[in-house]
Design a binder for this molecule. Structure first.
Ligand code: ADP
Ligand code: ASP
Ligand code: MG
Length: 607
């Protein structure tokens, strides 16, 4: 006898026939355990219902009130839970539908983007004990058990409801049923020969999900990772096994504050780092490919790579930018030689080398979608008087390159700030990470819903990043790919840098308005918004310690004559910003370059 949570997405319950098919599948699951399996089902709104409701709201007002939006959107899921329960009952299976409030899915009060704090299991367990299938409305909760304020979790949030229920109920398995056979190397709607993965690690899936692979909500992966939920993604059209999402073994964790407990659980410093920067590099296709290709040919593994946005110059195209990267100190001499040689060929104005740096990082799955965490890191470092030279972010990690002299101070203040045991902080992060897959890249993703914001001429002194990102955090805006130019410009006697980063398009205008205000206060230059960008990314734990992976990605883009506008890496991903209309072509080129294509065509169910 097992307790199983199943989630069916919008297209899986998009019609009466589909609801009936889902009901039959649920009954098969119940009967599989000699009629004794307990099944909790989470469903999304039918088909494109949520999109339709949003459209209705925006026809009434361009900026609907968030509370009323939740009231509206939560109705979609209520339709499908009722219909699915009716179908089950019609087939002779006892069932009951419950909305978020009836279950007791308690969330924060942040309307349209609430996080789950706690799930009551008493009523669920009572109905399961009576032999009923419980059909729960995904995507919704209540923020206040007195006023029963309805909240929603954010688009795609039913996955998160399902995994959270599985964690709360300590279910044996959580299955996410959708319209593709499982997790694929990329989106089959853009790349026809995407291949099914049998398994993927939570860390890889977290990155893919937050870089645009909407097959799983990133917060669902976060909960699975934190609570060790056994998670599978499968097609609701076939009997195939789908993909297993693997979590590392975890010590038990309290269920209170489910999605908000302890955002950071590790702090580390790596002093075995040297930074090399190529300044004033021409901004045209093939430059990064050529440079990192040369490094790879020499067998040099680079760690962080950052390419800033174009310099603010009125000159003729192609324009210029900076490329900075870090290597282990042992590789510095060789890397520097390549940088100087190739830098000269490329016509860059200067190559700078800094051996006096350290990388300090905070890590933890709980920081996903919580912009305050990175901002808190910058604030903590600023309060200690530490200047940030490079920033690299991923969904589960933020790393900053600082002067090595500040390293120990940085660790001490971060451990204090995030309440992490100082002795647990690894003092040398050069420990190798075991490879789980021989292939360096597991999946590639495209996100066309991003915009880029740049703040010109930010004074180069401690506290600037902290101030800017605190402002965004207060607005609930998550940022990714934070990049700072390497060569400061002196404006009115003050050294300044440009800072650029990407945000979700929906947040872009609000972010710009908020930033314009602080930019003025801090004496920065203009705030520039570009919505016409796309972000393409490669993800894989196998790329750690493998030279040439990033170079291969850049070469694939160069071959297609696609210009890279920004580059940012973390240990297990490389992301590039390209022009929006080149996104799909970029994705296909990279997918092919890493030989990810499958031999069997993947079926995508038609609604
Ligand atoms: P549901 O309604 O079941 O929640 P979604 O539309 O949210 O389904 O997610 C499934 C879709 O995710 C697929 O149809 C596919 O187009 C898209 N997708 C993007 N990247 C991937 C990937 N790497 N693997 C599988 N599907 C992906
Ligand atoms: N119905 C919601 C949406 O479309 C939640 C979900 O489907 O996961 O975003
Ligand atoms: Mg979904």
């Amino acid at each position: 006898m097992a307790l199983i949570v199943q989630k069916y997405g919008g297209s899986s319950v998009g019609s009466v026939e589909r609801i009936q098919a889902v009901a039959r599948r649920i009954m098969t699951t119940v009967q599989a355990g000699q009629g004794k399996n307990s099944v909790v089902v989470v469903v999304s709104a039918m088909g494109k219902t949520t999109d339709g409701l949003i459209k209705l709201a925006t026809e009434i007002t361009p900026q609907p009130n968030r509370r009323e939006m939740d009231m509206l959107l939560s109705t979609g899921e209520q339709v499908s839970i009722a219909l699915l329960s009716m179908a089950l009952q019609h087939y002779g299976q006892a069932a009951i539908s419950l909305n978020g409030a009836q279950v007791g899915i308690v969330t924060e009060s942040a309307h349209t983007r609430a996080r789950i704090l706690h799930i009551e299991t008493e009523r669920l367990e009572r109905h399961l004990g009576q032999g009923k299938v419980v059909v729960v409305a995904g995507f919704q909760g209540i923020s206040n058990s007195e006023d029963l304020e309805v909240t929603t979790l954010g688009r795609g949030g039913s996955d998160t409801s399902a995994v959270a229920l599985a964690a709360a109920l300590k279910a044996d398995l959580c299955e996410i049923y959708t319209d593709v056979p499982g997790i694929l190397t990329t989106d089959p709607r853009i790349v026809e020969n995407a291949r099914l993965l049998d398994e993927i690690t939570c860390d890889e899936m977290l990155e893919l999900a937050s870089l645009g692979a909407k097959v799983l909500h990133p917060r669902a992966v976060e909960i699975a990772r934190n609570y060790g939920v056994k998670l599978a993604v499968r097609s609701s059209w076939t009997e195939d096994a789908g993909t297993l999402v693997l979590s590392p073994p975890r010590p038990p964790r309290p269920l209170e504050g489910l999605e908000i407990a302890r955002p950071v659980d590790g702090i580390s410093i790596d002093t075995d780092q040297a930074k090399i920067a190529l300044l004033h590099v021409p901004d045209r296709p093939g430059i990064a490919a050529h440079f990192f290709g040369e490094l790879a040919r020499t067998g040099l593994d680079v760690d962080l790579i950052i390419q800033s946005i174009q310099e603010d110059e009125s000159g003729e195209p192609p324009g210029h930018n900076d490329i900075a990267f870090t290597v282990r100190t042992g590789l510095l001499a060789e890397a520097e030689a390549v940088a100087r040689r190739v830098g000269q060929e490329l016509g860059c104005s200067e190559v700078t080398v800094d051996t006096h740096v350290a990388k300090v990082s905070i890590a933890g799955a709980g920081m996903i979608g919580r912009p305050g965490v990175a901002a808190q890191m910058f604030t903590t470092l600023a309060a200690a008087g530490i200047n940030l030279q490079l920033i690299s972010t991923s969904e589960v990690k933020v790393s900053c390159i600082v002067s090595v002299d500040d390293g120990q101070k940085a660790i001490t203040s971060l451990c204090l700030g995030f309440d992490v045991d100082n002795s647990a902080a690894r003092l040398d992060a050069s420990t190798p990470i075991a490879l789980v897959s021989p292939a360096p890249v597991r999946g590639v993703a495209l996100d066309v819903n991003q915009a880029r914001l740049a703040i010109r001429q930010v004074p180069d002194r401690p506290g600037m990043a902290a101030h800017l990102f605190q402002t965004l955090a207060k607005q609930g805006v998550s940022v990714d790919m934070i990049i700072q130019s390497q060569r400061g410009k002196v404006v009115n006697g003050v050294m300044t840098n440009d800072i650029a980063f990407t945000v979700s398009q929906v947040d872009a205008e609000a972010a710009r308005t908020a930033l314009e205000e602080v930019a003025r206060e801090l004496g920065c230059g203009s705030v520039v918004l570009d919505k016409g960008i796309a972000k393409v990314s490669i993800v894989g734990t196998g790329m750690v310690g493998q030279p040439g992976v990033a170079a291969r990605m850049f070469a694939a883009l160069a071959q297609e004559q696609i210009n890279i506008e920004m580059i940012a890496t973390s240990e297990i991903k490389v992301s590039c910003v390209v022009a929006e209309d080149e996104g799909p072509r970029a994705l296909r080129a990279i997918h092919t370059a890493f030989e990810l294509a499958g031999s069997v065509p993947v079926s995508v169910a038609k609604p």
